[in-house]
Ligand binder design. Structure first.
Ligand code: FES
Length: 293
């Protein structure tokens, strides 16, 4: 195929692939700005890479098929100089198929993809957009939010005896959503050995943890006051309620999310902030506030 003919008729398959790559890259930027979630981010960005790769593959195949094959007879000695020069001359004189349209499309697709890849960087700057850490902290509980029982009654530390456990929820939260289920456990303060930066997360020995097991999301419902351990009945993970919910046995490898507590002016328990980590099974990742565990 002559160079001129190639420029006139850029192969549609490659053009379409580069076009789709550009569209998918623009889609990634859009879904990121709209915060549609990981499935959309992965699908659009992966799609952009895939179409770009297919387009480049088709193009390289086309270049390859445009080059004639050379078969050089194998001699016992070195290739005679004239024959070698003839071979090199033939090789370098072969026209490589070019197309301005293809180069333009490739540049556009690569540029769009590069630009789209810059969008997630804004997450690093809270003033420019979403701050993952902040959205995580505000999840489920907000600072100052009241902690209530299933029927909406406020809870005071003395409502629990030492060794007592109570399931509570953030006020106003839909209690059919598992993410809000929280366990209050009251432990003699002398038996608590919380990390140094959490000693003020408890009120009169009351500590609060997410009720969802970090192994696979079952409800952690059993408590032994003797060992001060919480047990998940699904696969027998055990968490130390006196030590920040650390896993001490079983398949769970992550601590139970802990909720910092305080009291309001009437002595009712409130959240000092959000859970310290995402609730639910560890592999659920970092929900962005739209997904429900
Ligand atoms: S879900 Fe709790 S141990 Fe498996």
């Amino acid at each position: 195929m002559s160079r001129r003919a190639d420029e006139e008729r850029p192969p549609m398959g490659i053009v379409v692939c580069f076009g789709l790559a550009s569209l998918a890259a623009a889609g990634f930027a859009t879904t990121y700005v709209l915060g549609l979630g990981n499935v959309w981010y992965g699908g659009t960005f992966g799609g952009a890479l895939m179409f770009l790769a297919i387009g480049l593959g088709l193009w390289s195949k086309r270049i390859d098929s445009a080059s004639p094959e050379f078969v050089e007879q194998r001699d016992l000695g070195p290739t005679p100089e004239p024959q070698f020069e003839k071979f090199m001359g033939a090789l370098t004189s072969q026209p490589v198929p070019r197309s301005r349209v293809l180069w333009s499309m490739l540049g556009f697709a690569g540029g769009t993809l590069g630009l789209a890849a810059l969008f997630p960087l804004r997450s690093l700057f809270p003033q420019m957009g979403v701050n993952p850490q902040r959205s995580l902290e505000s999840r489920v509980y907000k600072r100052g939010q009241a902690i209530v029982t299933e029927d909406g009654t406020g809870v005071k530390p003395d409502d629990l005896e030492y060794g007592g456990v109570l399931t509570v929820f953030p006020e106003g939260f839909n209690i059919t959503e598992a993410a809000g289920a929280t366990l209050l456990v009251r432990i003699d303060p002398a038996d608590l050995h919380l990390p140094a930066n959490r000693t003020n997360w408890t009120v009169d020995g009351v500590v609060a943890y997410s009720k969802l097991c970090t192994h696979a999301g079952c409800p952690v419902g059993l408590y032994s006051d003797e060992s001060r351990q919480l047990l998940c009945p699904c696969h027998h993970s055990i968490f130390d309620a006196a030590d920040g919910g650390k896993p001490v046995e079983g398949p769970a490898s992550h601590p139970l999310p802990m909720l910092p507590l305080a009291t309001d002016e009437n002595g009712f328990l409130i959240a000092r902030g959000g859970f310290d980590r995402p609730v639910g099974a560890a592999w659920w990742g970092w929900p962005d506030g739209r997904e429900k565990p």
